[in-house]
Ligand binder design. Structure first.
Ligand SMILES: Cc1ncc(COP(=O)(O)O)c(C=O)c1O
Length: 385
């Protein structure tokens, strides 16, 4: 078994390449020939199986440390497929800080199909224990939450889940397999919005479900084929390319994130910095044992002397955009962008103040990113200094 970074570059040799092409070919054919009626075939129809997609799926399973991986047209399609293994009447416990699109899918879609959900702060074992019902089947959560970067112990949740015969589903978009492999911590299903770190260049929407147990994997495969929200061969090719540089990108993104965190902590315009790679943060100790890093999303609160809208509007190098995990640095104002659907009261209850800024740090030179933040602080000073 090769090391993780080697597996990123090579992946398993699973394609049908007859030509010696170094990169996995893009098989665009939608249908495949039978040599004779009744003859066995490896592929018959591209929705059911495609060599380019299969190559990246096998690679993703290797990177996650086991199981079987399935790729989808977006992170939401992956989450939809993972949740579709449940049936009407099932109850699922959900971390109370999950991606807004996931919250919407659960409450505005799956509730209509008879699933029920209870949101809890999974850092509190009592809340988790109280949420279990007779029909509870699973726990679903994101180990590093958005936008406040709180950390939930995957090990603690999976231990609890196993003791109660529940499945654990982990959306690990914020860390990627380069930093955490939840299956190894006891999770049953890992989900990614591969749109983020895995693809890494802000030009591909993709999703991944990795299931540990072959029976669960069969269920996910059935849904992938039955619902049909597959990743296209071209998408699989782009994802393969992105994966090759995952470790290099994330290493640089984390180095940059740490430099920005140090800079932000030195500034009088900043009230508080949220980054679980800092020893003074509550999640730090968990990530030390369960992950290889804290990722490259950093949040911070401006003091009252700063105008947050002006601050974000004056940034030049950081692009004002939601999303994360790509090579270019992005900035967003959660109260007006990613979490704008919440009322001001709901935002405050979730800890999202008007002056909270979220950075998704890229691979640029950190000096330039710091210069950009510095000039925006000056421009956003309410006293006009
Ligand atoms: C943690 C998390 N999960 C899932 C998704 C959904 O992924 P996609 O946008 O690829 O559908 C996102 C998107 O931002 C996300 O941040």
């Amino acid at each position: 078994m090769a090391e993780f970074t080697t597996n990123l570059v090579h992946g398993p040799a699973v394609n049908d390449n007859q030509t010696g092409a170094v990169a996995t070919p893009v098989y665009k054919a939608t249908t495949y020939a039978f040599s004779a009626i009744g003859a066995p075939v490896k592929y018959d129809y591209s929705r059911s199986g495609n060599p380019t997609r299969l190559a990246v799926e096998k690679q993703l399973a290797t990177l996650e440390g086991g199981g079987q991986a399935f790729t989808f047209a977006s992170g939401m399609a992956a989450i939809h497929a993972a949740l579709a293994i449940f049936k009407a009447g099932d109850h699922i416990i959900v971390g109370n800080q999950i991606y807004g699109g996931t919250f919407r899918l659960f409450h505005q879609f799956f509730e209509r199909w008879g699933l029920t959900f209870t949101s809890v702060d999974l850092r509190d074992p009592d809340q988790l224990a109280q949420a279990v019902q007779k029909n509870t089947k699973a726990i679903y959560f994101e180990p590093v939450t958005n936008p406040l970067l709180e950390v939930i112990s995957v090990r603690q949740v999976t231990d609890f889940a196993k003791a109660h015969h529940l499945l654990t589903l982990v959306d690990n978009t914020f860390l990627s397999p380069a930093l955490m492999q939840p299956l190894k911590l006891g999770a049953d299903i890992v989900i990614h919005s591969a749109t983020k770190y895995l693809a890494g260049h802000s030009e591909l929407s993709a999703g991944v479900v990795v299931a540990n147990d072959p029976k669960l994997a069969d269920q996910v495969y059935f849904i992938q084929n039955a619902l049909g929200a597959i990743l296209s061969p071209e998408g699989a090719n782009e994802l393969t390319r992105g994966i090759k540089t995952l470790q290099l990108r994330i290493n640089q993104q984390q180095v940059n994130a740490c430099q920005l965190v140090r800079f932000l902590k030195s500034r009088t315009e900043v009230d508080r910095v949220y980054y679980p790679g800092l020893p003074d943060q509550p999640g730090y100790a968990i990530l030390q044992t369960e992950a290889k890093g804290a990722g490259a999303v950093v949040a911070f609160e401006l003091t009252a002397s700063q105008d947050p809208v002006k601050f974000v509007n004056h940034l030049r190098l950081f692009t004002r955009a939601v999303s994360l995990g790509a090579v270019e640095s992005l900035v967003e104002l959660p109260s007006k962008m990613s979490h704008a659907e919440l009322s001001p009261t709901e935002q405050l209850a979730a800890g999202i103040k008007p002056g909270l800024i979220r950075l998704a740090v890229g691979i640029e030179d950190a000096k330039d990113l710091i210069t950009d933040l510095s000039q925006a602080f000056t421009k956003a000073n309410k006293k006009g200094a």
